[in-house]
Design a protein around this ligand. Structure first.
Ligand SMILES: Cc1cc2nc3c(=O)[nH]c(=O)nc-3n(C[C@H](O)[C@H](O)[C@H](O)COP(=O)(O)O)c2cc1C
Length: 171
């Protein structure tokens, strides 16, 4: 039976993790956008991973719709370095309790680099940063955004795939 790692990645962090996981497990790997719903039946075990943008995992709505009857392994690749509260927020923002119990969720730390952002989003971020900078009493999360704007972070490391790889090997 075939197994596959599907990913959706804007700036490469999720892609890097998906590549390492597929290599380690010796599974197929494919961009989720090139995968068809009709192919689901051809696969035994499926891992899906994507980046988190403004609280939401990329393509998660479609994934949860497609995999309503087939439990899969899902990993989110966000900006924080395994901060429990942030990981919990990602779970709450993207899944119902039933969906979390049905699928298996992992978090892999990506990092934030706003310099890679292009187009309209970049303009919006720059406007937002200027507004936050001019605020007298900044909230904790606003300080954190300002910090990551000026100091890009990258927590991508092969060591983080161990938990998801050992789980997949046991299925
Ligand atoms: C515009 C923007 C919004 C983001 N929003 C979040 C967020 O709400 N939560 C989070 O954990 N990370 C957030 N991030 C960080 C990304 O999830 C992180 O960089 C991730 O590793 C990207 O994965 P990808 O390159 O595979 O798409 C954001 C990044 C950008 C550029």
């Amino acid at each position: 039976m075939r197994n596959i790692v599907l990913y959706k990645s804007k700036y490469g962090n999720t892609f890097q993790y998906a590549t390492w996981i597929a290599e380690e497990l010796d599974w197929e790997i494919r961009d989720f956008s090139k995968f068809k719903k009709a192919e689901i039946k051809n696969y035994n075990t499926i891992i899906f991973g994507s980046g988190v943008y403004v609280g939401k995992m990329n393509k998660i709505k479609k994934v949860l719709e497609w995999f309503k009857e087939k439990p899969i392994i899902i990993f989110a690749c966000g900006g924080n370095n395994n901060v429990e509260k942030d990981i919990n927020d990602i779970k709450i923002n993207n899944f119902s309790e039933n969906q979390l119990a049905f699928h298996t969720f992992f978090y892999l730390p990506g990092g934030v680099d706003f310099s890679k952002v292009k187009g309209i989003i970049k303009i919006m971020i720059n406007v937002f940063i200027k507004i936050v900078e001019n605020k007298k009493n900044k909230k904790e999360y606003e300080e954190a955004i300002l910090k990551s704007y000026y100091h890009p972070t990258n927590y991508v490391d092969k060591k983080h795939i161990q938990a998801i790889v050992s789980y997949a090997k046991k299925i």
